[in-house]
Each structure stands twice: as structure tokens, then as C-alpha cells.
Design a protein around this ligand. Structure first.
Ligand code: NAP
Length: 307
């Protein structure tokens, strides 16, 4: 039986690996079969992670996290957790690869998943003009016209990044002020290729088999418009990934895993949670990493009390 199983491989998961590894707990970290490294694998330049004054690429940062966790004995498994039973003293974790693992403690660091607009055919057109990842797909839109939806840091980052490829980027937001930080807003607003369309939502996706445009509705005067587009990037936030545990753990009203105060303790003994899956507010690489550290220390204390 493992002392600790960590589920998730973003900054929270790997930091929990570094700490529990250094504590001699030989953690097993289940990293996902296709998305190991979490959301930062889809990011370009990370400028605000302390210790890197000139910035670095998201995947580079995650490779370093992983190498540091492995250096202290964390076993990284590229598989997907498909089922857990966390209710008893022995925690059961099953993977898509058909393996069952047992542990005394589990640290949940499953992060958050991209939010969808909820429009008909959104899934069908995903990969055919609709994308959630500028770093993955921006290259395909050289000299094309695209739109980015959203008003947060992600939308600013994606729009700015996409101007490297696209000839024109519409930035469509449902209100008349952005939620994004000032520096990110300024960068987008000062970019001559970006045109902001305020107070507007996407009401329809156009195109058969491939996106060719969108219909929009102005939320102030109700007027509608059609935009011809080659691509649409959706950057409207994330939802915590809780489906594995939602019937076993207490969630907050917004469906994040509920933890006790500033700790990582969930409603079940021996089960800890960290990173974006518990954080509706800050959701930065550095706060997720700090939260992974907290979970590791909480798991260590729990295990030493068991003895
Ligand atoms: P976010 O901050 O939650 O912003 C989501 C944006 O999408 C908001 O402007 C929201 O509008 C809009 N939106 C939500 N649902 C919508 C819908 N159904 N239709 C149209 N618009 C919708 O999400 P995020 O931008 O992904 O950022 C998440 C976290 O990561 C934040 O803490 C952010 O600071 C962080 N982040 C940081 C960086 C960086 O520092 N480099 C980069 C990316 C992300 P309203 O404004 O009207 O609510």
C-alpha cells in the first residue's frame, strides 16, 4: 500500500510530490495519460513565476517541476484515474490502464477544465475552427481572421499571442469592462491587430463541418451581427474537475472541493485537496504550488498521527 497517492500533475500535484518525496513517503503521482503537466503545458511565456526573472515557457516550467519531484522519489504514472473510493481508511484508486492502487492518503490536485459556451455544435466544431488553446492551435491561423471570447487574463493572453499568426483578432466580451489584470488588458488594447467588441455574446456558430463565422448579439441594444471568421478561441474560464469525488466529498456551492480553512483537509480523513480544484479566486501557478505544499504537509502530519 502507498503512503500517498497524488492525483494530478499541475503545479499543485508536482509540488505535493516534491514535498512528500523529500519526506521519504515515496509518493505515486498519477499524471494523466494525455495531459500530464496540466494547464501550463498549453501556456506560452510564464512571466510571473518567482525565481525566473526573464520568464520561461509553461512546458519548460512543468518539466522542471516534474524533474524535481522525481529527484526525490516521486513515481510519475502516465495514466488516468477513472474511479476512487476515498471513504474508508484504505483509499482505492482505479486507473483507465486497468490497475487498482491502495493508499493511506490521497492528495487531489485535479485542477480545472475549460468552460464551454454551451452553443449547439460547439463540440462538433472543436478542432474545426473552434479551439480552447491558442498555443496548441494558433499556428494554423496564419494571416487569418479569428475571434477570442472572454474578458479575463486568459482571453487577453490568447488574443495577444494569436496576433503572432492572425491578421485580425476580434476580442469579444459580454460586458463593457474587462476582468483581466491591468497589465494584460493594456497589452491587448495596445495591439493594433486586436479590435475589442464590447457588450456582446456569441449567439450562433456558423459553418458546416468547419466554422466559417458567428452570429453575435449586442447585450445592450439587442442588435445582431454576423462576423466571418476562420477561427474562434474560447477563453471564458475553467470549472473545477470534481467528477471523480463529487459524491464522496463535500463541495462548496460553486462546486469546488471544500477544505477546512487554510488547510487542504477535505470532509474525509486522509483526503487532501490542492490547487485550482479548491480555489475559486487566485488560480495562479504560484498559489497552486503553495497549496500543493500545504497538502503535502497535511498528509505528512496525518500519516505521522496514524503511527
Ligand atoms: P476568468 O478570470 O474567470 O475570466 C473569465 C472571463 O470569461 C470573464 O471575463 C467572464 O465574463 C467571461 N465569461 C465567463 N463565462 C462566459 C460565457 N458563458 N460567455 C461569455 N463570457 C463568459 O478566467 P480566465 O481568464 O481563464 O482566468 C482564470 C484564472 O487564471 C484567473 O485567476 C487569471 O488571473 C489566471 N490567469 C493568469 C494569467 C497570467 O497572469 N498570465 C493568464 C491566464 C489566466 P465576466 O467578466 O462578465 O464575468
Amino acid at each position: 500500500m502507498h503512503e500517498v497517492i497524488i492525483i494530478g500533475s499541475g503545479p499543485a500535484g508536482y509540488t505535493a510530490g516534491i514535498y512528500t518525496g523529500r519526506a521519504g513517503l515515496n509518493p505515486l503521482l498519477i499524471a494523466s495519460s494525455v495531459e500530464a503537466g496540466g494547464e501550463l503545458m498549453k501556456t506560452t511565456e510564464v512571466e510571473n513565476y518567482p525565481g525566473f526573472p526573464t520568464g520561461l515557457q509553461g512546458p519548460e516550467l512543468m518539466d522542471a517541476f516534474r524533474a524535481q519531484a522525481e529527484r526525490f522519489g516521486t513515481e510519475v504514472l502516465l495514466d488516468d484515474v477513472v474511479e476512487v473510493d476515498l471513504t474508508g481508511p484504505v483509499k482505492i484508486v482505479k486507473t483507465g490502464g486497468g490497475k487498482t492502487y491502495e493508499a493511506k492518503t490521497v492528495i487531489l490536485a485535479t485542477g480545472a477544465a475549460y468552460r464551454e459556451l454551451g452553443l449547439p455544435r460547439e463540440k462538433e466544431l472543436s478542432g474545426y475552427g473552434i479551439s480552447w488553446c491558442a498555443t496548441c492551435d494558433g499556428f494554423f491561423f496564419r494571416e487569418k481572421t479569428i475571434a477570442v471570447i472572454g474578458g479575463g487574463d486568459s482571453a487577453m493572453e490568447e488574443a495577444t499571442f494569436l496576433t503572432r499568426f492572425a491578421s485580425k483578432v476580434y476580442l469579444i466580451h459580454r460586458r463593457d469592462t474587462f476582468k483581466a489584470s491591468k497589465i494584460m488588458q493594456d497589452r491587448a488594447m495596445n495591439n493594433p491587430k486586436i479590435e475589442v467588441i464590447w457588450n456582446t455574446e456569441v449567439s450562433e456558430l456558423l459553418g458546416e463541418g468547419k466554422l466559417t463565422g458567428i452570429k453575435t448579439t449586442n447585450l445592450v441594444d439587442g442588435s445582431t451581427n454576423t462576423l466571418d471568421l476562420d477561427g474562434l478561441f474560447i477563453a471564458i474560464g475553467n470549472d473545477p474537475r470534481v467528477w471523480l469525488v463529487e459524491n464522496q466529498l463535500t463541495l462548496t456551492p460553486e462546486k469546488f472541493i471544500q477544505v477546512d480553512g487554510r488547510s487542504s483537509k477535505t470532509s474525509l480523513p486522509g483526503v487532501f485537496a490542492a490547487g485550482d480544484v479548491i480555489d475559486p479566486t487566485y488560480r495562479q501557478a504560484i498559489t497552486a504550488a503553495g497549496s500543493g505544499c500545504v497538502a503535502a504537509l497535511d498528509a505528512e502530519h496525518y500519516l505521522s498521527n496514524l503511527k
